[in-house]
Design a protein around this ligand. Structure first.
Ligand SMILES: Cc1cc2nc3c(=O)[nH]c(=O)nc-3n(C[C@H](O)[C@H](O)[C@H](O)COP(=O)(O)OP(=O)(O)OC[C@H]3O[C@@H](n4cnc5c(N)ncnc54)[C@H](O)[C@@H]3O)c2cc1C
Length: 265
């Protein structure tokens, strides 16, 4: 269990920005699901629950997941269930149990760039941006490539379009971390194939996607494309699985996802 010596509770993002710049070691709190696993002694922590960041906002053109939106909010949101073939509710629905998902937040989940993430691959095949308090707004892919800096993730913005999408994951047990996962989407002829839990942050199979998205490609062999994407992405070994096993399983998951998206056309 971790210990917090001083808790700051800003009531607006402006106040949070001042606190962040005045306190170089300030730890931002999400739902504390991950922080609770450690035994850190935190001198100053900032709780965002008074900053009105716990809701999903929807307009005609975008869906905004504010930082304190929980994974359960995402899982049960009717718009997210309807958009993109429900890829986001599907991706978060396997993370531990409901009790945990009612606490864990999207802000922490995206900002932390976890190498085992179920959420990042699904977000990466959509038109997703992140808004940071200091660095401002940028595409999710750009944020994932940047080195970690001290900032606060304010919200995740998903632009609405009629893309079709699918998410697949492999786990040893339902409440375990994913061994590997795959997300696929198709929008106006442009395919996106992403591998996650490689282990390592979610990664787009750029070359494969460019090749199969060419107008000259009339018929795609899903198994061959999945193999090509698996060969392009980098996989690693850890106590859960070897790199070879992950690559082989990714090819299976990506093929299933490609076929599902193609069937939705
Ligand atoms: C046992 C366990 C199993 C898990 N299994 C999975 C899994 O299978 N798949 C999966 O995808 N995820 C999994 N997760 C991760 C989980 O889904 C959340 O992503 C994680 O708990 C972080 O969310 P939180 O709200 O609990 O963050 P916290 O514990 O509150 O914070 C985590 C980190 O994020 C920082 N932070 C919090 N909010 C912000 C913010 N708005 N801006 C910047 N930094 C911030 C904190 O300072 C801290 O460093 C697991 C976590 C645990 C503890």
């Amino acid at each position: 269990m971790f210990t917090i010596e001083q808790l700051l509770q800003p009531s607006s993002l402006d106040e949070a920005a001042v606190m962040l710049s005045e306190n170089p070691d300030l730890v931002v709190l999400g739902g504390c699901g991950f922080l609770k696993m450690g035994s850190r002694r935190i001198a100053k922590a900032m709780d965002l629950s008074r900053c009105s960041l716990d809701e999903i906002w929807e307009t005609e053109t975008q869906i905004e997941l504010n930082a304190m939106t929980t994974l359960y909010d995402i899982e049960t949101n009717t718009s997210l269930r309807d958009c993109f073939d429900g890829i986001l509710p599907r991706a978060v629905g396997h993370i531990l149990g409901v009790q945990f998902r009612r606490c864990a937040t999207i802000g922490a989940s995206v900002y932390s760039k976890y190498g085992f993430s179920d959420i990042l691959p699904a977000l990466l095949v959509l038109d997703t941006e992140v808004e940071l308090l200091r660095a401002g707004r940028m595409p999710l892919a750009e944020f994932l490539d940047k080195p970690v800096t001290r900032d606060l993730l304010v919200r995740v913005i998903i632009h609405k379009d009629d893309r079709r999408a699918s998410y697949r994951d492999l786990r040893n047990a339902s409440a375990d971390f994913p061994i590997v996962n795959a997300a696929v989407s198709l929008y106006r002829g442009q395919w996106a194939i992403v591998g996650g839990a490689r282990p390592g942050k979610a990664m787009l199979a750029t070359k494969t996607c460019q090749e199969i998205s060419k107008p000259s490609v009339e018929q795609m062999n899903a198994a061959a494309v999945a193999q090509q994407a698996a060969a392009e992405l980098v996989f690693g070994s850890n106590n859960k699985a070897s790199a070879d096993y992950r690559r082989a399983m990714f090819a299976v998951l990506a093929k299933q996802a490609l076929e599902e998206v193609r069937a939705c056309k």
